[in-house]
Unconditional design. Structure first.
Length: 634
């Protein structure tokens, strides 16, 4: 229990310390050392509890719970103040409603608001702890030098780095608290902390756009927060049969119909937090924040909280029409968001829509909720976290050196920033190429959907969505590795410190591919076995195929190394036209032209204007249907 409390409390202490650190060198030392400690503690949890199953701890609750309620009321007052200051009255209304519901819960059902064990750890929370502790900490380290350069490029933005890093570490503490809490009141408290901290981080630049997008994120997540409190009230009112606010008792409740209603409400909170349609716009708006914020939101915090809670409640959703509806919300989000990503040339927006799509796929697995799909969902969480964090941080580094985040401006990056291009190549490969993790997880999901009723619907959504992802990832990868002539290298002189987090995360992407059978057998399979009584695993033949694919994938870079000296540099082939080394050629009417390449974006077919509204309408109907179906089941 001491390690769990340490991981929750230590980042808070670091956050308070960073409020008083002004110099960048000292801040870097504090953040790097803290990251080392937090990462080490996360690894210790793995070594200590990986083989013990679920372990529960009776942490002190009375004083802590009172403090949490007081902080929640303080946060509500803060939202009211900010809403009044910026005239966002919807945020005020939602904050007041949520606070009123919390007060009603505390005063009316106080005798039922106790969990036997407030903290716990199992294999799933170990996985989440490693993602938060390692990926999240590395992003924080990367952010120190990044924010220094950010303010150099944006002198108009007020320098509030002390507040920025304070919020970052509070964010990490809240995520640790969320995944290690067995008391649903504590889960809700940490849930709301992530909402407030994301609001502060998205609005960091204090521009009109940043403020507007920060409030958009706040309002949408407050909607989920209201649903979460209503679920807690329902659980407290039916404590004898539902298990009350004790997460373990709720999931083990014998009255599945009673538990399904609060599960669907908490699932709705997960949908808003994970930015699934129709709530995806807040995550897209978050792209206005500095790149480390985007990396945190997408890889190790915030949106992962949404899919975490959905996967936790998967056993309740399994075999129900309400769960099927939630799964369809995820499936539709996967296809629509993937299609919209085709039309985007802004790298961060491509990454944002890709994140929304993959979170949708995780939600689809969690909503249907069979043991094989939960196994696939957790694999997706792991692989997505490492690959997407690398891509976001890499995009930020490229933007600082190239001056653009447009994919078209990244052409020939293999010549201009070879190290960065290789890391981006690995990150993109991790998202769609065999044998990297996302493809393994999708393969597992297809196998699982075959065995469930109406599974062909999900297989069709997964197949079409996956085909679309190949399109937008491949065209970005092609731009990165296109060999261009007479390009100036801009990698030299790049600030050196951020390379360490990038190298480490790149190594983690490769390591998860090589070690995924170990990750599965050590952590994911035992968790699934403990929850469902049966487990899933990838067949040995399939593992052998994946390793063979990995070996074949290594042939290309190895061949570059072996035949570098004997390689011939040939002029560009322009269909018979004579071309110069700088790709000038004589075109029609004797005019000299420059050869250019550009991707297809097909905005008239796949643009936001075409697809977002239909997707949002369908998902809204499915969410409402899940509520109705949960009520009918009761």
């Amino acid at each position: 229990m001491q390690t769990l409390l340490f991981l929750i409390l230590f980042p808070i202490l670091v956050a308070c310390l960073l409020l008083f650190v002004k110099r960048t060198t000292l801040r870097y030392a504090v953040v790097a050392l803290s990251a080392l400690v937090i990462g080490g503690a996360s690894i210790y949890l793995l070594m200590r509890y990986a083989f013990e199953g679920a372990v529960y701890f009776a942490a002190p609750s009375e004083a802590v719970s009172l403090a949490m309620v007081a902080i929640e009321m303080g946060l509500a007052l803060f939202i009211v103040y900010m809403g009044a200051k910026f005239r966002n009255y919807l945020a005020i209304v939602l904050a007041v409603v949520q606070a009123a519901l919390v007060v009603y819960l505390e005063t009316t059902f106080s005798e039922n608001l106790h969990a036997v064990n407030n903290l716990f750890i199992d294999q799933f929370s170990i996985i989440m702890g490693l993602i938060i502790g390692i990926i999240g900490s590395l992003i924080a380290v990367y952010a120190v030098r990044y924010m220094e350069t950010y303010h150099h490029h944006h002198p108009e933005v007020r320098d509030r780095q002390k507040m920025f890093f304070f919020v970052i570490f509070i964010f990490l503490a809240a995520m640790f608290g969320l995944v290690f809490s067995n008391n649903l009141m504590w889960v809700f408290f940490f849930w709301e902390i992530t909402t407030i901290t994301s609001f502060l981080l998205i609005g960091y630049s204090e521009t009109e756009e940043a403020t507007k997008n920060a409030f958009l994120a706040l309002v949408m997540n407050l909607l989920g927060g209201v649903a979460f409190v209503v679920a807690l009230i329902f659980l407290a009112a039916t404590e004898a049969t539902s298990g009350g606010i004790d997460l373990a008792r709720v999931l083990a409740s014998s009255d599945a119909a009673i538990v399904l209603i609060p599960a669907v409400l908490i699932g709705f909170a997960g949908i808003t937090k994970a930015a699934l349609m129709p709530f995806s716009s807040w995550l897209l708006g978050a792209m206005v924040a500095p790149t480390p914020v985007s990396a945190l939101l997408h890889s190790s915090t915030m949106v992962k909280a949404g899919v975490y809670i959905l996967v936790r409640f998967s056993p309740v959703f399994a075999g129900t029409f309400a769960g099927f509806s939630i799964g369809l919300v995820g499936g539709v989000t996967f296809v629509v968001a993937s299609a919209i990503a085709i039309s985007q040339s802004n790298a961060k927006r491509v990454l944002a829509y890709s994140t929304i799509a993959n979170l949708g796929l995780i939600a689809a697995c969690a909503g249907v909720g069979t043991h094989m799909l939960v196994w696939a969902a957790i694999l997706l969480i792991v692989f997505h976290a490492v690959a997407k964090s690398l891509l976001f941080l890499g995009t930020g580094a490229i933007e600082h050196r190239v001056g653009s985040r447009d994919i078209e401006d990244m052409e020939g990056l293999i010549v201009r920033m070879p190290r960065m291009a290789v890391m981006m190549f690995i990150g993109i490969a991790g998202m769609f190429l065999a044998p990297f993790g996302m493809l393994i997880s999708k393969w597992a999901a297809i196998e699982a959907f075959v065995q469930v009723p109406f599974g062909l619907v999900f297989i069709a959504l997964l197949a079409y969505g996956s085909a679309i992802t190949v399109f937008f990832w491949a065209k970005w990868m092609g731009k990165l590795i296109a060999v261009t002539r007479n390009q100036e290298k801009v990698e030299k002189g790049f600030f050196e410190e951020p390379w360490a987090p990038l190298y480490i995360i790149t190594g983690l992407v490769v390591a998860t591919v090589l070690l995924f059978p170990v990750i599965s057998s050590t952590l994911i399979e035992p968790y699934v076995l403990a929850i469902y009584g049966v487990t899933a695993r990838l067949a040995e033949a399939n593992v052998a195929i994946m390793l063979l694919m990995m070996a074949l994938l290594l042939i290309l870079p190895v061949s570059f190394t072996l035949f570098r000296r004997s390689a011939k540099h040939l002029p560009a082939y322009m269909s018979g036209r004579t071309a110069t080394t700088d790709l000038q050629f004589t075109g029609s009417l004797g005019l000299t032209r420059e050869a250019q390449t550009r991707n297809y974006y097909l905005a008239e077919y796949f643009g936001e204007a075409k697809l977002f509204l239909p997707g949002a309408v369908v998902c809204t109907v499915l969410i409402l249907a899940s509520w109705v179906l949960a009520g009918v089941a009761l």
